[in-house]
Ligand binder design. Structure first.
Ligand SMILES: CC(=O)SCCNC(=O)CCNC(=O)[C@H](O)C(C)(C)COP(=O)(O)OP(=O)(O)OC[C@H]1O[C@@H](n2cnc3c(N)ncnc32)[C@H](O)[C@@H]1OP(=O)(O)O
Ligand SMILES: CC(C)C(=O)C(=O)O
Length: 553
């Protein structure tokens, strides 16, 4: 890299628009969407989609709710041409407009119209680049010549349409490279195109203003769009469309600001496939709107299925951190995030309204078909809240607060030792081991009997059979409750404990229900130990929990 990049790169000039309005506008409804997955997306693939993949993509786009779909570049070759003819023959849903792209060349235009033979309706989209670099480098033409490519081209569109009156034709024109062209020249070309096509309010022309290469910050694109919307002479006879690419990684921002600046329509691809760094991502745009309380008109309620289809058709993976849809976007590994999310879910469950307010989760995962189970996952960065969450989701165990800290230390030790993610089975195994659920501690309950002394209810007697250090023996004790009588019995084995906290709850319901009991106990030196017991009988669960604490002591 250069020490001084200014010798090679120039900053993008500002747009002279001191009274710009877009910064204080908000988006209040979804724009019209066009999917160009089958065109811009497809042309950028290592292996372009075959007919089967195209059909699968098309059907999914229709299911999602796309009403405008660019189905290909028919003059590119037989694959696109035949696919488009096949779609037309099979019948395109009545509320869906197929769109096709062509260069402004007569033979290509004729072939493009041929591909749509028999269609009820279609949009023919023609482009030519207008910016200085393309004029100079690609075409070797001046402004007038480049403008003539456009006007001659759209005249051919009108001619071909007139020759085929059985189809309801609409037109889209893209001054390709709009974002790096002089605004006045783009406007001049678009005005001329609208004149030739006789744009009117009932037959508006789509003017698509692409950021063919994203070359400036998103606010500059918004300025360009607002400037264009203000200056185009027949605003009511044109649909202003955006086509942002993502070279600077700000395609989504550019599209959003462009809509605030007055655009009616956005062209993009699912998950941002497309040339180089991609077209703007329709999934992110749609769900961004959704999280502002605006119905996007696109159904991503099973975003995972959408992702799998796109991955299959494009043979490109969607990044695990991709907004809303990546494998890891609803997953928190880090302790403080887990703690906040766990509290957020609990608060959400207690509130009496639907408003979503869970820390770190901008959208309810359930709305896009994701379950809550995977929201919190555990590794060495995790904390007690996350560990407790996984145990609760997996086993239904609701550990008391302080015990969460005790248990999490054991889980943390394993995570550090193994340097990997711990799944629910790992965590459950640590719990069973830590609290002696499978045996292994000094004290294990075989069975016990409880009765009352002369003092009645406050005079409980515990008589148990346990294994102590592997040897079976009897144990008895007395207290004013079951737990204190077990503690008394343990005292005779030299274990002095005072219970400072006790919790119990049911796990599950009906005949399969179990009870979980948790004990926090203090040793003579003041240190705390914890125990847990699980049993179909709640009293037995509590006895086991006390013995479990004794094992820890
Ligand atoms: C920004 C975009 O994504 S635009 C869409 C791009 N998509 C594609 O190109 C995919 C499909 N394309 C193709 O299959 C082929 O490029 C075809 C069939 C369209 C044309 O193929 P060919 O004629 O063999 O070659 P090629 O694409 O290189 O054409 C370049 C010529 O077209 C001219 N040209 C480029 N764009 C346009 C345009 N929009 N209108 C008119 N002429 C154009 C170039 O100046 C060049 O002219 P020259 O030969 O006189 O120098
Ligand atoms: C054809 C146009 C719209 C295009 O794909 C672009 O400019 O990126």
């Amino acid at each position: 890299m250069l020490a001084d990049p200014s010798v090679k790169y120039r900053p993008f000039p500002q747009v002279d628009l001191p009274d710009r309005q877009w910064p204080s506008r908000t988006i209040t409804r979804a724009p019209r969407w066009l999917s160009t997955d089958l065109r811009d997306g497809n042309q950028a693939l290592i292996d372009p989609m075959d007919a089967e993949k195209k059909r699968r993509m098309f059907d999914m786009l229709v299911r999602i709710g796309l009403k405008e779909i660019e189905v290909g570049f028919p003059a590119s070759g037989a694959t696109d041409f035949d696919f488009i003819q096949g779609l037309v023959r099979a019948g395109i849903p009545a509320d869906v407009w197929p769109q096709v792209l062509t260069q402004a060349r007569e033979d290509l235009i004729v072939r493009t119209f041929d591909s749509l033979e028999g269609a009820e309706r279609a949009v023919v989209h023609m482009y030519n680049a207008v910016s200085p670099a393309w004029r100079r480098i690609v075409f070797g033409m001046d402004r007038a010549q480049v403008k003539k490519i456009a006007t001659d081209g759209v005249a051919l569109l009108a001619r071909e349409a007139n020759r085929r009156p059985g189809t309801d034709w609409r037109f889209e024109y893209s001054p390709e490279t709009f974002s790096t062209a002089e605004l006045e020249f783009s406007l001049e070309v678009c005005e001329a195109v609208c004149d030739v096509l006789d744009a009117s309010p009932d037959r508006p022309v789509i003017l698509n203003l692409p950021a063919t290469v994203e070359a400036a910050t998103a606010n500059i694109y918004a300025d360009q769009i607002e400037w264009f919307c203000r200056n185009i002479s027949r605003r009511d006879s044109v649909v202003i469309s955006l086509h942002p690419h993502n070279d600077r990684g700000t395609g989504v921002a550019a599209a959003e600001l462009g809509v605030m600046a007055g655009a009616d329509r956005v062209e993009g691809c699912l998950f941002g496939n497309g040339e180089r760094t991609g077209n703007v991502d329709l999934v992110t745009l749609g769900l961004n709107l959704y999280t502002q309380g605006i119905a996007p008109g696109l159904d991503f309620s099973d975003v995972d299925a959408v992702r799998k289809t796109v991955e299959y058709c494009t043979n490109l993976p969607v990044h695990p951190r991709h907004p809303y849809a990546g494998d890891l976007v609803f997953t928190a590994f880090s302790g403080s995030h887990q703690d906040a999310i766990k509290k957020g879910f609990a608060a959400q469950a207690q509130r009496n309204d639907q408003i979503w307010d869970v820390p770190y989760l901008p959208i309810d995962p359930a709305d896009v078909g994701c379950s809550y189970e995977a929201v919190i996952r555990v590794n060495s960065q995790s904390g007690k809240g996350g560990v407790a969450w996984v145990l609760e989701q997996d086993q239904g165990l609701k550990l008391p607060r302080r015990m969460q800290g005790d248990f999490s230390r054991a889980v943390q030790a394993l995570a550090d030792e193994t340097s990997r993610e711990l799944n629910a089975a790992d965590i459950w195994a640590v719990f069973r081991k830590e609290y002696g659920l499978d045996g292994g501690g000094r004290f294990q309950l075989i069975d016990y009997h409880e009765d009352y002394g002369p003092g009645g209810n406050k005079d409980r007697r515990f008589a148990g059979r346990i294994t102590l250090d592997g040897r079976e023996q009897s144990l008895s004790g007395r207290g004013n409750g079951l737990i204190s009588s077990v503690l008394d019995a343990l005292g005779s084995c030299g274990v002095a404990l005072e219970v400072v906290d006790y919790h119990e709850h049911a796990i599950g319901a009906g005949t399969d229900a179990q009870a979980a009991a948790y004990v926090e106990a203090r040793r003579p030196d003041g240190s705390l130990v914890y125990g847990a017991g699980i049993d179909p009988d709640v009293a037995t669960a509590s006895v086991k929990a006390v013995l479990s604490a004794a094992n820890a002591a």
